[in-house]
Design a binder for this molecule. Sequence first.
Ligand code: HEC
Ligand code: HEC
Ligand code: HEC
Length: 154
Amino acid sequence: MRKSVLLVTLVLMSLIWGTLLVADDEMVVPLGEITIEPLVEESKRSAVAFPHGIHFSYSCEECHHQWDYTSPIQSCTTSGCHDLEEAPKTDDGKLVKDPDEQILYYKKAYHEMCINCHKEIKKKNKAMAAKKASLGEKLLPTGPTSCIQCHPKE
Ligand code: HEC
Ligand code: HEC
Ligand code: HEC
C-alpha cells in the first residue's frame, strides 16, 4: 500500500518536472554555420557565414557574455543589447564617443568581437614567427580579418 502511494507520487512528480523542463528552458545549440544577417534592409555588405561549432574551443561566455547558465542564450541583437541599427549620434549629428553606447550598434559589436580576436591571434603568430626560437612551432589557427573574407561579393 505505502509502496504504491510512493510510486504514484513519483510518477506525478516526474510528470510535473517533465512539463517544467520542456517549457521555457530548452536551448537548441546550432553546431554548424550560422548566417548572421544585417539588421538593416539596405545593407552595404553581404550576410556573414559564421562557423559556430569551430569556435567551441572557447568557452561559451567568451561571446555570450550575458548568459546566466539557466535560461536559453539570446541573440546578440535582442532588444536592449546590441540592437541599434546605426551608430549612436548626438542631436547635432556627431558620433557619440562613449564606448558603452557605441557598442550597442550591432555592427560595432560584431566587428569588435570577431575581428579583434582574429587579429590578436595573427599578432601572436607574427611575434612567434619573428622569434628564431619558435622555428618549427606551429602557428595558431585564426579567422578572417579582411572585409571580403567575411562579406563575400554577392
Ligand atoms: C570576421 C568577420 C568580419 C570582417 C573581417 C568584417 N566584417 Fe563587417 N560585419 C561582420 C558581421 C558579423 C556583421 C553583422 C552582420 C551583417 O550585418 O552582415 C557585419 C556588419 C557590417 C556592416 C553593417 C551591415 C551592412 O552591410 O550595411 C558593414 C557596413 C560592414 N560589416 C562592413 C565591413 C567592412 C567595410 C569590413 C572591412 C574593413 C568588414 N565589414 C569586415 C563581420 C565582419
Ligand atoms: C566566438 C563566439 C561564440 C562562441 C565561443 C559561442 N557562440 Fe554561440 N553564437 C555566437 C553568435 C555570433 C551567434 C549568433 C547570434 C545571433 O544570431 O544573434 C550564436 C548563437 C548561439 C545560439 C542561438 C541563439 C539564438 O539566437 O537563438 C545558441 C543557443 C548558442 N550560440 C549557444 C552557444 C553555446 C552553448 C556555446 C558554448 C559551447 C557557444 N554558443 C559558443 C557566437 C559564439
Ligand atoms: C575569441 C576568439 C574568436 C572570436 C570572438 C571569433 N573568432 Fe572566428 N575564429 C577564431 C579561431 C581561433 C579560428 C580558427 C579555428 C580553427 O581553424 O580551428 C576562427 C575561425 C573563423 C572562421 C573560419 C575561417 C576558415 O578558414 O575556415 C570564420 C569564417 C570566422 N572565424 C568568423 C568569425 C565571426 C563572423 C566571428 C564573430 C561572430 C568570429 N569568428 C569570432 C577565433 C575567434
